[in-house]
Design a protein around this ligand. Structure first.
Ligand SMILES: [Zn+2]
Length: 336
C-alpha cells in the first residue's frame, strides 16, 4: 500500500489538488475554479471535495499528510495565510490548523512559489543542486531560493519575493504600488503590454492577427516570434534582456548552482535563452557567468509536487500544523 501526500495549490483562478507519491510521481490530479471571492471557508469546502474525489479514485493509497501551496504573503512556520491579494476575505487565516482538523492529518503550508522551487529542486530541473534559485515568470514573477540544502525563508517566511526587487528607476507602476519592480517590467503581463503598445488594432501585424485585434498576451508574442515575425522577435529580445538583468542580481545575491526558470513564459525559453545568457555575461561578475540557467521540468505540477514533498520528505524546517512540531522545526531552521 503506497504512502502518498494530498497536495493542493491554491491559485487565484484555479484550485488544484493531487495525490503525490514519495518519488514525486503524481498519481491523480483534479482542479476546480477557485471561489476566490467567497472567503476561506468556501475554499476549504472545495479542498475537501477535491480530496474526496482524489481519494475515491485511489482507495489503495494511504494519505499520510497534506501539503499546501498558497499565495503569499504567508507564514509557513505558523501555517498562516496572511493577506494574499488574489483571495478576497483572507486575513491571517490559520489554514494549517483548519485543514489539520478537517482532514485529521499533519498539514504543511508553503508559499506557492517556494513550493514550486522545492518541487523543481527535489524532482525536476534542479535535482542534485546544493543551492538553487527558482523564478516563475507568468502573469507576475515569483520565486523561491534553496540555499545549502534547505528552503530559505527569512523573517516570517517572507524571503525571495523576487518579483518585487527594484531593477529600474522608472516604468509602469507595479500592482504592489512601487515603481521599477522586476515583475512590472519583466513579467508576461509586461511583455504583453509592450506588444500591445507597439501595435494598433487593424494594423495587420502578426501580433494583432494572433490576438484577434484585441490586447496582445505574452503567449501571442512567443507564437509570433516562433513564426519569425520581426517585431515579436524584437520584443522577445527586450524581454530576455530584462530577465537577464534580474537573473544577474539573483546570481550575485545567492550564488546558486543552477537558476531554474518556470511559469508560462518558460514555454518560450528556447527563444529567450540566448539574450538572457548574453545579458548575464555582459553584466555579471566573471565568477558568476557560468551558472546554468535552465527551464523548469515539472510545468504546472511543480507546486503540487513540492507541497507534497513537505509532508513526504520533511526535514526542511517548514511549518507543521501542531504547535510543538512547529516550534521544533523553527529551531532547526536556525543557521548552525
Ligand atoms: Zn512590485
Amino acid at each position: 500500500m503506497a504512502n502518498v501526500a494530498l497536495a493542493f495549490d491554491i491559485g487565484g483562478t484555479e484550485l488544484r489538488g493531487a495525490l503525490v507519491g514519495r518519488d514525486g510521481h503524481v498519481l491523480a490530479a483534479a482542479s476546480t475554479p477557485t471561489l476566490a471571492l467567497a472567503g476561506p471557508a468556501a475554499v476549504v469546502e472545495q479542498m475537501a471535495a477535491l480530496a474526496e474525489t482524489l481519494r475515491a479514485g485511489h482507495p489503495e493509497a494511504t494519505v499520510v499528510g497534506v501539503g499546501v501551496g498558497a499565495p503569499g504573503p504567508l507564514d509557513p512556520r505558523a501555517g498562516i495565510v496572511i493577506a494574499p491579494p488574489t483571495l478576497a476575505g483572507w486575513a491571517d487565516v490559520p489554514l494549517a490548523d483548519i485543514l489539520g482538523r478537517r482532514f485529521g492529518l499533519p498539514v504543511r503550508l508553503e508559499n506557492d512559489a517556494n513550493a514550486a522551487a522545492l518541487g523543481e529542486w527535489r524532482f525536476g530541473a534542479g535535482r542534485g543542486a546544493g543551492s538553487l534559485v527558482f523564478v516563475t515568470v507568468s502573469t507576475g514573477i515569483g520565486g523561491g531560493v534553496v540555499a545549502e540544502g534547505r528552503l530559505y525563508h527569512g523573517r516570517r517566511g517572507l524571503a525571495a519575493e523576487i518579483g518585487h526587487m527594484t531593477i529600474t528607476g522608472g516604468g509602469e507602476r507595479c500592482f504592489c504600488g512601487a515603481v521599477g519592480c522586476f515583475e512590472a517590467v519583466a513579467s508576461g503581463t509586461a511583455l504583453g503590454r509592450r506588444a500591445t503598445a507597439a501595435t494598433a488594432p487593424g494594423d495587420g501585424s502578426a501580433l494583432r492577427r494572433l490576438s484577434g485585434d484585441a490586447g496582445i498576451s505574452a503567449r501571442h508574442v512567443i507564437e509570433a516570434a516562433r513564426g519569425g515575425d520581426a517585431l515579436a522577435l524584437e520584443l522577445v529580445e527586450e524581454e530576455a534582456r530584462w530577465l537577464g538583468i534580474g537573473f544577474t542580481n539573483l546570481l550575485h545575491l545567492y550564488s546558486p548552482d543552477v537558476l531554474v526558470m518556470g511559469g508560462g513564459l518558460a514555454n518560450g525559453f528556447d527563444l529567450l535563452a540566448g539574450e538572457i545568457r548574453a545579458t548575464v555575461v555582459n553584466r555579471a561578475m566573471p565568477a558568476y557567468r557560468d551558472v546554468p540557467i535552465v527551464p523548469a521540468q515539472l510545468g504546472s505540477h511543480a507546486g503540487l509536487v513540492g507541497a507534497a514533498s513537505l509532508v513526504l520528505v520533511g526535514g526542511q524546517g517548514e511549518a507543521a500544523s501542531q504547535g510543538d512540531a512547529a516550534a521544533t522545526t523553527f529551531r532547526e531552521v536556525g543557521h548552525g
